[in-house]
Design a protein around this ligand. Structure first.
Ligand SMILES: [Zn+2]
Length: 180
C-alpha cells in the first residue's frame, strides 16, 4: 500500500490529534494500541500515582489480537482516552520491523520511513524480510523492534520530546531476505 510521507503530509501527521492519527495508521494495516502517558509526574492510567510503570504502557489488555486495525475499536478507545498516545504493534500484527539507532549513527539502510524518537534515536520502519532477520547485515547499534513489541508513533512524546516523521519516501523499504 502506498502512502505519502512527504513534506507537509509528514508535518501534518506529526501534529494530528491522536485519534485521527491512530485511524490513519490503521489504513496502513498497522495494528494500534492506546498508550498511557504521564502528566505532572503521574501516570494518566486508572492506577495514577500507584502505577508501577508510569509512562507509555498499553491502556488495554495486551493479549494476542489486542492491537487492532478495526476502526470502530480505535474510535471507542480514543473516545475513552482522547489523550492516549498511539502505539503500533511491531512484528506480525502490523507486518513491521523497526530498527533503531542513535542520532549520531548512520546505519546505511535503504531509504524508508524514518522517525525521530525522543532526543537521541532514529527509528527506521520496514516490511520484514520473508524469512528470518538479516542480522549480520544490521549495524551493531540497532535495536530491533519486532515480534511482541510496541513502538510509539507521532504525535507521541518519547523521553519528553515529540516524536516526528521525517519527510521521506512514499513506501516502506522491505529488508532483504538473508542469503543462505
Ligand atoms: Zn500507568
Amino acid at each position: 500500500m502506498q502512502q505519502e510521507l512527504t513534506g507537509s503530509h509528514a508535518a501534518a501527521l506529526n501534529h494530528r490529534p491522536p485519534r485521527l492519527a491512530a485511524l490513519w495508521y490503521t489504513t496502513l494495516g498497522w495494528a494500534v494500541l492506546p498508550m498511557s502517558r504521564t502528566h505532572d509526574g503521574e501516570c494518566r492510567c486508572p492506577k495514577g500515582s500507584a502505577c508501577p510503570c508510569a509512562g507509555p504502557h498499553p491502556l488495554v489488555p495486551t493479549g494476542p489480537g489486542a492491537p487492532t486495525t478495526n476502526s470502530a475499536t480505535v474510535r471507542a478507545w480514543w473516545a475513552t482516552w482522547p489523550w492516549a498516545q498511539v502505539g503500533v504493534a511491531t512484528g506480525a500484527p502490523s507486518a513491521l520491523l523497526v530498527l533503531e539507532t542513535s542520532h549520531d549513527h548512520d546505519p546505511e539502510l535503504p531509504p524508508t520511513w524514518t522517525m525521530s524518537a525522543g532526543t537521541r534515536s532514529w527509528r527506521f520502519y520496514h516490511h520484514p524480510p520473508t524469512r528470518g532477520l538479516p542480522r549480520p547485515a544490521l549495524p551493531d547499534a540497532c535495536t530491533v523492534h519486532g515480534e511482541g513489541r510496541v513502538v510509539m508513533v507521532p504525535p507521541a512524546l518519547i523521553d519528553g520530546a515529540r516524536a516526528r516523521w521525517l519527510p521521506g519516501p512514499q513506501q516502506l523499504a522491505t529488508l532483504p531476505t538473508p542469503a543462505r
